[in-house]
Each structure stands twice: as C-alpha cells, then as structure tokens.
Design a protein around this ligand. Structure first.
Ligand code: ADP
Ligand code: TYD
Length: 207
C-alpha cells in the first residue's frame, strides 16, 4: 500500500536507550511542525494488555505452559492490530515513530533460521528507517537498575547478550537498518539519529 508518511522504528535490548532516542526524535520532528506520533509495542490493545499481564508477573509466567509460543502469538496479533489501527491511518499523511516493532519478535521470540518464513507469512509493513541502539548488555542492565522500572522477564545479563547478538545479525536482512553506538552520550547518539533522518528525507525528496 502506498502512503505519503514516513515510518521510523527504534529497537534495542531493554535499557539500551531506545525510548530516550524515540522521545527526542518525536520532540524534534514535532518542533519542525511535522504531523508525528510516537507509539510503542507492546501496545494498549487487548493483546498488548495480555502480554504485559504475563511478562511483568513472575508467578503467572511460571504457570504458563508453552510460554514462548503464547507470547509469539500475542506479540504478532498485537502488531497486526497496531499496524491497522494506529500506524497506517497516521501514515496517510504523517510520520510514525514506533518504539519496538517486528524486529523485537525476531530477536526475542525466534531463531535466525525462522526469520524469513515468519516475515513471509505476515508480510508486515516495512519501516523507512530502523535504528538499532546497540548497547553492551552490562551497560544496559546498569541503566535499567538506575531507572527503577518494573523489570521484565528478559532483563538478565546472559539473555540480553544473546539478544544483542541477534540484533546485530538483522542488518543482513534489511538495508534500512542503522546501528547506533549506544555507549555514547544521549546527545551524541541523537546527533547521529538526526543526521540519518535528514539524509533519508533528502533522498526521498529527490526520488
Ligand atoms: P530502553 O527504552 O531501551 O529500555 P531508556 O531509553 O528508557 O531505555 O533508557 C534507560 C535508562 O538509561 C534511562 O534512565 C535513560 O535516561 C538512561 N539512558 C538512555 N540513554 C543513555 C545514554 N546514551 N547514556 C546514559 N544513560 C542513558
Ligand atoms: P518494552 O516495554 O519496550 O520494555 P523496555 O522499555 O524495558 O525495553 O518491552 C517489554 C518487553 O517485551 C521487552 O523485554 C521486549 C519484549 N518484546 C518481545 O519479546 N517481543 C516483541 O515482539 C516485543 C514488541 C517486545
């Protein structure tokens, strides 16, 4: 489906700093007078609510058989809902920034050999640009602890290390992925984000 808007995604392991960059990008574009929304997965749909009720409840989680399969289904349904109800309507004229998208399902729920069949099956709308904030797991965990937020089930050092490796493999799959050095300061990373977005916007103008 053709649309006039621009679709920007931020990805990274928990605590990588992706939400901070998504928020800065949102404020920056809004200040330029652009019609833009900032959205997030898991969403507040019934599927997203179900996901959050599972991943933030340790006791509940332990009781669920086939947790991986159930989460894969829920994240997928939530995303289909997200695209139809939030992303596509705004993209008709405006910009959408999403904090997490299908890349999260690829790296958290699936193995690399499952990526292509999964993407073929669901044929999700592809972002114009995807930023992966690449931060070493040890640094990301420190940031999470400082943030005092509910800890998701995934926020364990060994697990985050594996997820980070998978994120870096995604580059082979998608030419629109930009890897950002998450060890830099918030301001330095944001400078890189703005440079890449400006580059993309100039390119799409000349097309
Ligand atoms: P995520 O959305 O990836 O889980 P956040 O953007 O919420 O991560 O950042 C996690 C914590 O780390 C927050 O307290 C945030 O202020 C801090 N933070 C984000 N980016 C950086 C950075 N580049 N350097 C140092 N601290 C950061
Ligand atoms: P999020 O609210 O973005 O947490 P954080 O700000 O700590 O990164 O995401 C909640 C958790 O959901 C996070 O650990 C990643 C996980 N997740 C998946 O496992 N698969 C998915 O498809 C998505 C969208 C998220």
């Amino acid at each position: 489906m053709k649309h006039k808007g621009i679709f920007i995604v931020f990805e990274g392991i928990d605590g990588s700093g992706k939400s901070t960059q998504a928020q800065l990008t949102y404020q920056w574009l809004k200040k330029k007078g652009i019609n833009v929304i900032l959205t997030h997965e898991p969403t507040d749909s019934k599927y997203g609510k179900k996901i959050k009720s599972i991943i933030y409840d340790k006791a509940k989680k332990q009781k669920i058989r086939n947790l991986k399969g159930i989460l894969l289904k829920l994240y997928t349904k939530d995303r289909i809902w997200h695209i139809k109800n939030i992303i596509l309507p705004v993209l008709k004229q405006g910009f959408v920034i999403s904090d997490r998208y299908y890349y999260s399902t690829l790296v958290y729920q699936l193995d690399a050999n499952e990526w292509e069949p999964y993407l073929k099956r669901f044929r999700y709308l592809k972002p114009d640009i995807t930023f992966i904030v690449d931060t070493p797991a040890r640094i990301a965990l420190k940031r999470i602890i400082n943030r005092h937020k509910n800890k998701a089930i995934f926020e364990k050092l060994e697990f985050l290390k594996k997820v980070r490796e998978k994120y870096l493999k995604l580059k082979q799959l998608d030419e629109n992925i930009i890897i950002l050095d998450g060890r830099k300061s918030i301001e330095a990373i944001f400078k890189d984000v703005k440079k890449e977005i400006n580059k993309m916007l100039n390119k799409s103008k000349t097309k």
